[in-house]
Design a protein around this ligand. Structure first.
Ligand code: NAP
Length: 298
């Protein structure tokens, strides 16, 4: 037990290795490596059975950021011995055409996970496309059923970024129960599911959004603060309670998170950097879910 004069005391020895001026840097690359390591044997066993876990990623249009994310995910698959299949569709693809492509992947026994890269072009009904993904292949928890299962606490595949945030907290042995978690953002793929996951771990959760009044005052109550806003350096240092743990899910142009890292580091007892925080753990979680999907359903 390391006595810290903070509201959240952190006991994991891995945390000590990352102490920097009394702050713990929550190193996403280390957490991601441990997740990948945990599935190496599983991948080998599957390959020995003639099953290569395979992730299909669908990219609609030519958004350069999405193109980068899809390429990173494909490369990460290959490094771990998974197969990745890319489905590139033109930006004028209709909702019906996209759903038809998803259905082909649903019916293909060689595909174990399907990831539709968000966002899709405005004219596409993204919700309808997400809903078309078979629950057994919904490795990013984007379907209504996947979301609901996660809210109940028994999802096979919760959304990857929320699951990554929880994995970081778990890896560094950061207490959640009875803590006040403040989540900024309520998107169906991030803010809402991570709020549910923190609640399921017995945190008291406040979920904030663009109509929240007195946001800074609410964030100041947080023992755990999750930023999922989509605005660079949005969370200010003065909003962070001394000793709070700060998790920055944001990823904005120029490798900048949703948290003003330098300013928030002053009061935080532990904080994720960007890059090298939630991002790599999200990708590792996606790989793990794909391997689990192959193991469970192939
Ligand atoms: P999103 O769908 O745009 O949702 C943003 C949320 O922030 C919304 O709920 C919005 O509230 C809220 N918000 C916007 N302005 C606000 C304000 N002034 N005060 C309080 N809340 C405000 O974004 P997302 O998909 O959840 O992504 C959030 C961030 O995470 C982005 O930076 C994205 O790049 C990043 N991300 C990272 C990963 C990863 O692997 N690291 C994966 C996915 C996303 P309303 O609901 O009221 O509009």
């Amino acid at each position: 037990m390391i006595p810290l004069p903070f509201c959240v005391s952190i006991t994991h020895p891995k945390g000590l290795m990352n102490m920097n001026d009394g702050k713990m840097i929550l190193d996403g690359n280390v957490v991601a490596a441990s997740i990948r390591e945990s599935v190496v044997g599983q991948v080998k066993q599957l390959v020995d059975r003639g099953i290569t876990p395979t992730l299909a990623t669908i990219l609609v249009g030519d958004n350069p950021a999405s193109e980068t994310y899809v390429r990173m995910k494909g490369n990460a698959c290959q490094r771990l011995g998974l197969r990745s299949v890319r489905v590139d569709l033109p930006s004028h693809t209709t909702t019906e055409q996209l759903i038809a492509e998803i259905n082909k992947l649903n019916d293909d026994p060689q595909i174990h996970g399907i990831l539709l890269q968000h966002p899709v072009p405005d004219h596409i009904d993204e919700r309808a496309a997400f809903e078309a993904i078979s629950i057994q292949k919904d490795v990013d928890g984007v379907t209504t059923l996947g979301f609901a299962q996660n809210a109940f606490g028994f999802a096979d595949f919760p959304s990857c970024t929320p699951a990554a945030i929880m994995a970081i907290l778990e890896y560094y042995n950061i207490p959640i129960e009875s803590k006040h978690a403040v989540v900024i953002g309520r998107s169906p793929i991030l803010g809402k599911p991570v709020s549910a996951m923190l609640l399921n771990k017995n945190a008291t959760v406040t979920t904030c959004h663009s109509r929240t009044a007195n946001l800074a005052d609410i964030v100041r109550l947080g023992d755990i603060v999750v930023a999922a806003v989509g605005k660079p350096k949005f969370v200010q240092g003065s909003w962070i309670k001394p000793g709070a743990v700060v998790l920055d899910a944001g990823y904005n142009a120029g490798n900048v998170g949703d948290v003003d890292y330098e300013a928030c580091s002053v009061n935080a007892s532990a904080i994720t950097p960007v890059p090298g925080g939630v991002g790599p753990v999200t990708i590792a979680t996606l790989l793990k879910h794909t391997v689990d999907a192959a193991d469970k359903f192939a």
